[in-house]
Design a protein around this ligand. Structure first.
Ligand code: C5P
Length: 251
């Protein structure tokens, strides 16, 4: 079966008010919060990613609010600790009703297996299970850092490939990677293994601080399953147009 594909908006805002203001502007819908006991119902709004800054500022209430408003939520906290600690933390996160969450593959296969176990325990009451993915190498790490600071002698693409294979061996759903690596990862780990790719820009956008960028259309050709798009949408004059353009190019 073909993977589900989607555009995920990186909501890199510092507080709930800013986030909701943006999402209201995006959807132009100021509807009432969906009133239902199960806040996972009603995923009619864009898929959003919330990261450490917003989560540490607002806590789990932020996730509940987004779920009530019908958004799918990727919680980007990149856990990395001993297996037991990660398992317990993931059990808590599973209870939030998130749709996707991640760990660092550098924590090893045992840690990733423990993360999955904890997440599934926490999410036991949800029919729709959250996806668990891993970060291979941060895009801010280059080969020089890899060799001189981390003392890893192998080329970056070999390291990324091995970390992706470890992620698959641990039973996780996929990896966060550059769209430039998506095809190689699918070749190594299979087409049903998910590639979630940030670093997306329209052809006429500034690249900001991203080093290797790709358009949504190119990312589609490379086989990305989900693109994570921040400033190209959040900083656009008309975010709804930018979001629509992303969907048209990528889906
Ligand atoms: O604004 P921009 O589209 O560059 O945002 C990309 C998002 O993806 C940010 O939230 C960033 O933290 C995240 N990300 C990334 N590179 C990675 C992992 C996550 O840009 N390797």
């Amino acid at each position: 079966m073909a993977n589900q594909r989607d555009v995920i908006i990186a909501c890199d805002f510092k507080c709930a008010d800013e986030t909701i203001q943006f999402l209201d502007k995006l959807t132009r819908i100021r509807d009432e919060v969906v009133s239902c006991d199960d806040f996972r119902i009603g995923a009619a709004r864009p898929y959003v990613k919330i990261g450490m800054e917003l989560f540490y500022a607002e806590g789990p209430d932020m996730i509940k609010l987004l779920k009530k408003r019908g958004h799918k939520v990727f919680l980007d906290l990149k856990l990395h600790d001993i297996p037991n600690t990660v398992k317990k933390a993931m059990q808590v996160i599973g209870g939030y009703g998130v749709d996707m969450v991640n760990v660092h593959a550098a924590g090893g296969i045992e840690m990733m297996k423990a993360a999955k176990e904890g997440l599934m325990l926490g999410a036991a009451r949800y029919a729709d299970k959250p996806k668990l993915i891993a970060v291979t190498q941060l895009t801010s790490t280059d080969e020089k850092t890899l060799h001189n600071e981390l003392l890893i002698d192998r080329p970056m693409n070999e390291v990324v490939r091995q970390y992706a294979l470890n992620t698959k061996a641990a039973g996780l759903d996929g990896v966060v990677c550059s769209a430039y690596e998506a095809a190689e990862i699918h070749e190594a780990c299979g087409t049903d293994f998910l590639t979630i790719t940030p670093g997306i820009r329209f052809a006429d956008n500034s690249t900001d601080d991203q080093k290797r960028v790709m358009t949504p259309a190119q990312a589609k050709l490379e086989g990305s399953d989900y693109i994570v798009v921040g400033r190209s949408i959040t900083a656009a004059e008309r975010p709804i147009d930018a979001y629509t353009r992303c969907r048209e190019e990528f889906l």
